[in-house]
Ligand binder design. Sequence first.
Ligand code: 1GP
Length: 242
Amino acid sequence: MTIFEKLSGRQGKKFAVLVDPDKLDTSGCHRLASLCSVAKVDFIFAGGSLVVTTRIDEMVTQLRSLTGLPVVLFPGNALQVCGSADAILLLSLISGRNPDLLIGRHVEAAPMLRDSGLEILPTGYMLVESGKMTTALYISNTHPIPADKPDVAACTALAGELLGLKLIYLDAGSGAMNPVAPDMIRAVADAVSMPVIVGGGIKTPQQATAACKAGADVVVVGNAIEEDAERITAFAHAIHQS
Ligand code: 1GP
């Protein structure tokens, strides 16, 4: 089964744990891997808007072999591409108007991506206003979709689908004060037939459940798990029961 088929499978909601390669050492990797395996996490996403470590490849290899779970790159830039992962979210930042992040970087990376052996997941990436300036917003130099404009989000996602993108990632940004509101998730999920990934600022299992009930197919949690990896179990339960 391809990663895309796993992401879009109809058998329930999926849980992706986002790991920041800068914040995970070898012993952290072992602990996280065992918690992910026990909780039956569906995916490990790896990457971020700004990553300074040069050991992504090593971390991805370690997480794959310890868990047997699919590791999907969520890259802030081409330096985070490594062939040891299973797949890569090829993000086009369709909420913004920065041509470099819509198509420019993709042109530069295309030959490397083609030869990488990675499964390519063309993804419409949408940043949503979240109560504070996130790293993703600062680095991308774009305006987010206003949090109270679900219609703008729905039209943006629909345009992405009509352009041929295969996934939508609705993101309030790492460490967001507020996660994406359920009414915006619902508007996007109703507008498109492709899987909708939701993340950013999800700090509690209740927020994860709310995202699932609103139409998220995959819920991504990063910071809350970095703070306390034991939370993986409760998030997994909430998402898989939704
Ligand atoms: C960020 O969606 C991810 O791009 C996860 O965000 O770290 O806030 O959970 P958090």
